[in-house]
Design a protein around this ligand. Sequence first.
Ligand code: DGL
Length: 281
Amino acid sequence: MNTGEKLTWKAIGIFDSGVGGLTVLREIVKVMPQEDTIYLGDTARVPYGTKSPETVIRFARQITSFLVSRDIKLLVVACNTASAVSLEVLKEEFPIPIVGVIEPGAARAATVTRSGRVGVIGTAGTIRSSAYTKAIKRINPDIEVITGECPMFVPLAEEGWVDNEVARLTAEIYLRHLKEQGVDTLVLGCTHYPLLKGIIGEVMGEGVTLVDSAAETATRVRDILAGEGALRPEQENGNHHFFVTDVPAGFIRIGNRFLGGDFGDVYQIRLDDDHPAQGGT
Ligand code: DGL
């Protein structure tokens, strides 16, 4: 087996602060059902969206060490907050292709906007990092980017409250200023927001295109692997492995909603600086 062929058979690693990144996994499986994946949800330390960049970078390093030790061929940082603050550090420190969710979502938004007014919603960590604004402006400096923190969308999505009155009212309050600013494109810059796509779309109105970073990221991953000749043959069926840092029960219960299907085994591991990965054999 030559090196290219060996790479083909390795898994894609994906990590998130918890269950949210399963929306990214779902899109990856949709466009590359033949690929094996290893998913890590840092359920013991979620949420990342309210934590400092220093803390999120430390967690991201530990998780990447764990996944790289599992011999993955590419890493997807599915968490928007972790992508926003740690992607550059991870790319410098780990010798594998690493894809975040910010750049693919930003590129799509810059392509679809007609008015040049783009909205971005995300966690406090993501919005305060300005990562989406910088990424969109790198592509087209003339685009006006209007941002909004929507922290309550995360618990609403986890509760499954995605189409009731509480969700609608929350969306109306959070999205009011983006509507007033006349954006024609809105980036769903958080793993959880695709679950609220219906209500966000209704509140924003018909003329606004919603950009789902998860779907854009999956396409980007496929393009990178295809470019490296590292995609598995299409007739294969991928296996999916799951690791979490808290007991698996909650992850499985809420995760079923995100993944829209059944899990295989979910293993609990412990991560820390001295012992990057323990357990989960
Ligand atoms: N996964 C996070 C994100 O996409 C949302 C949940 C959290 O705050 O950890 O930003």
